[in-house]
Design a protein around this ligand. Sequence first.
Ligand SMILES: [Fe+2]
Length: 454
Amino acid sequence: MEGCRDVTCMFVNAHFSPYGSNESRRGSGLYSSLRVGQMSQGIVGITLDELCVGAVCKHPVEDRRGLLLLGANASITADVIRNLREREIAELRIDARDVETICVEDAAPVALTRESDRKKRIAKATPVKDLLVDCHAEGLSETRSLELETVKMLAKAHFEVLREQLSDNVVLTTDGFVEVANNYARSMIEDHDQTIGEVGAAVASCDVDDRSIRMAVLGMAVATEMGLTGQQILELGLTALLHDIGFNLMGPALRKPVELMNEEELWEYRKHPIVSVSCVAEVPQISEGIQIAMEQVHEQFDGSGYPRGVKSHRIHNYARILNVVDSYLQLIFPTNERRGIIPHDALGLLLHQAGRGLFDPRVIKAFLHMESLYPLGSIVELASGEMARVIRRPRTGFADPVLQSTEGQRIDLGLGEATVVRPVCDPEVDQIRLSPQVLETVLWHPSHPKMKVG
Ligand SMILES: [Fe+2]
């Protein structure tokens, strides 16, 4: 995995743009003010942070004194940018014809157009997988933990604002949620494993907002593994964040665990994706594709889901991804009625049910790659009897992650530094393990979550 720690090339979604077409943006004062300055006709000055990893410059790139930095047809890679940064080159001269291809797009959600935020946007058309920074050798960062906590608080605040708008029956904008998705995507690019390990792991309790946030982050990670671009990743994140907002307009009887609902309540409950879409149908930034995906998050690959029972590739790609993530979260989080299942066994259960056709096999495969056999953030017992938390995916394969012991010591199973005996329950979460017999015989369905063994 090659990455760009310094240049977080960013994403732009035309749906979210307040400016319309590229032409109208190019002519705007905003665009002009964001450039370092016109050097001469046909030559544009840009900052190093504006270069987009993965692009190819068709014409030479020079420094501000005219010294050649990159020849024609050079690829912009993370190494190239790192090298330029090490040479303390902050400003570049590029041919104006290369602006469209090698610069970060300017169109952006309203909330992201501030100069301070520009360098944090994701490249529009680049697969996010190509941008991931390799942090395998690094420990966990306290700063990143704090940043992730801040993004969560921001998301919670936006959910509150949304509820206020819903109480007045007017949702005018969802820009704040784009900003949330973008912040999580950026964190994932800078350190995939820590972001997933901290946001995607099980916790003792989780409300609807929390769950939507976790679903967005895990969903964006699976989509990254599947090669989706920055634009698609953000659309998927937005879909996840908004897919359950319809509950805010539904009665309190529908907020209890589905295990306790009677048939009539279940019938009403299964309309919630349609209600969610109706909440944002008038918001111009929410494309038809996002609306379709929001409505289809609970559709199953074999047609056994709701609200319409569509199947296979008639289900939007984002919805197929989020359906797997939603099912996983359903399993690992405890409710008032049942205990959570440890992530390793939840993954096993998903794989088992995938064999029955419930999920898109491509998504299941990507999910397994994204989490590996011992999911990020989960706990294992070592042969020494010591407990340790999974902090990094294996460098190769699925079975040998990097762990952190309770004393903070790093243990790389890929280097043979220890042996895992078994996955164990997180002492801070009400969890159980599933026996191999149950895993092999249980029938479980996300829409009918009571387990039937045998
Ligand atoms: Fe839902």
